[in-house]
Design a protein around this ligand. Structure first.
Ligand code: 3AM
Length: 181
């Protein structure tokens, strides 16, 4: 079995810019720099055979490359408790189109449909037992954060190995997106 997701790798300078806004929320567990990515579609734990089918489906996705800019910060929370601190993405129709193409390719190949709305973000930190109120200063301070634009000329199939000290994400395959000339 292998745990997979589809996402965008981020260029080194963008990941460094993101680490520049790490810190300032007591109790937040900041991501290792090498883990910073944008998830397009979580696939989950599947057999090696099914993984081959997903890879074949992803190879057939056709979409153009585009430029993307990270913008602002936000959070996912449950009630008053923070779960995830993230950097946002400037509105991008090509990104949404790419995500839709990937979703339908994977569903055609047998992956159960993702029920949740796609909310593009880059996870900066995971939190447990941290009140949203404790991050208000962080949100105010980094509201104008921007990084990019950078070219998105591929998307990536990652495997995820969860360990007690965090997850290890490994790029397994890239799928090229032609950039306009
Ligand atoms: O991009 P982020 O870090 O927000 O939260 C997990 C991570 O997203 C998400 O997949 C990415 C790579 O692990 N993830 C984990 N389990 C999930 C699930 N059951 C999930 N997304 C949806 N459903």
């Amino acid at each position: 079995m292998i745990r997979l997701f589809v996402g965008l790798e981020l260029p080194e300078d963008i990941r460094l810019a993101l680490t520049g806004i790490f810190g300032g929320v007591p109790g937040a567990d900041w991501e290792p720099t090498e883990n910073l990515h944008l998830t397009l579609r979580f696939i989950g734990e599947i057999s090696e055979g099914d993984a081959e089918d997903m890879h074949d489906a992803l190879m057939r996705v056709r979409a153009p490359g585009f430029a993307l800019t990270l913008s602002g910060v936000g959070h996912f929370s449950t009630g008053d408790e923070l779960r995830v601190l993230w950097a946002g993405v400037e509105k991008s129709e090509p990104l949404l189109q790419l995500q839709r193409n990937i979703e339908s390719a994977l569903v055609r190949a047998g992956s159960p449909p993702e029920g949740r709305r796609f909310r593009p973000h880059v996870t900066l930190a995971r939190c447990a037992g941290v009140s949203v109120l404790r991050a208000q200063g962080y949100f105010a301070h980094h509201a104008l954060f921007r990084a990019g634009p950078f070219d998105v000329d591929r998307f990536t199939l990652f495997s995820s190995h969860r360990r007690t000290d965090g997850a290890i994400y490994t790029p397994e395959a890239d799928y090229l997106l032609p950039l306009p000339a």
